[in-house]
Design a protein. Structure first.
Length: 165
């Protein structure tokens, strides 16, 4: 049922995604915050966590990063013809699996870092059979380094950049 509506294009997909986001928003606001203190030692993440303390703003930032990641996955899969032109199933699967990390008291750094990794992946894939690729490689390396500044575990993606060269 859901897969059939996700294949109908944006008009069929948009209500499903809006309902899913409203459910995620309601669950994120209702769930009590975790009493455990999670300490991520990434540079930009510490600055962001210190600047944002409101529960609603944390949920909005998490949902925005989740939505942006789903849009980037959809753009990547449609542009590279991995799926049919009107198929939004990869973006919805990203929403489904990445929403596991939603928590009302914590901006999860992997959600933010995923956006930068997806941007880097788009630029790396665009280098295929192109002549002037240095600006695209620079942008990809820049986005990988930004992802590393938000979530230090993503430093291993720098090897992806070396392999793509």
């Amino acid at each position: 049922m859901v897969v059939g509506t996700l294949k109908k294009g944006l008009k069929g997909t948009l209500p499903v995604i809006i309902i899913y986001f409203l459910i995620c928003l309601a669950i994120s606001l209702i769930i009590p915050s975790n009493s455990e203190s999670v300490n991520y030692n990434s540079v930009f993440y510490i600055l962001l966590q210190a600047a944002v303390s409101s529960k609603i703003s944390i949920v909005i930032i998490n949902l925005f990063c989740l939505a942006l990641g789903a849009v980037l996955i959809s753009i990547l899969s449609i542009r590279e013809e991995m799926v049919e032109k009107t198929n939004y199933i990869p973006g919805f699967l990203y929403l489904l699996f990445a929403s596991i990390e939603l928590e009302p008291a914590l901006i999860h750094p992997s959600l933010i870092a995923n956006v930068f990794i997806l941007l880097a992946l788009i630029y790396l894939i665009e280098t295929y059979r192109e002549e002037n690729v240095l600006p695209m490689i620079f942008k990809a390396a820049f986005f990988i380094s930004l992802a590393t500044f938000f979530y230090i575990n993503y430093a291993f993606y720098s090897f992806l950049l070396i392999i793509c060269l």
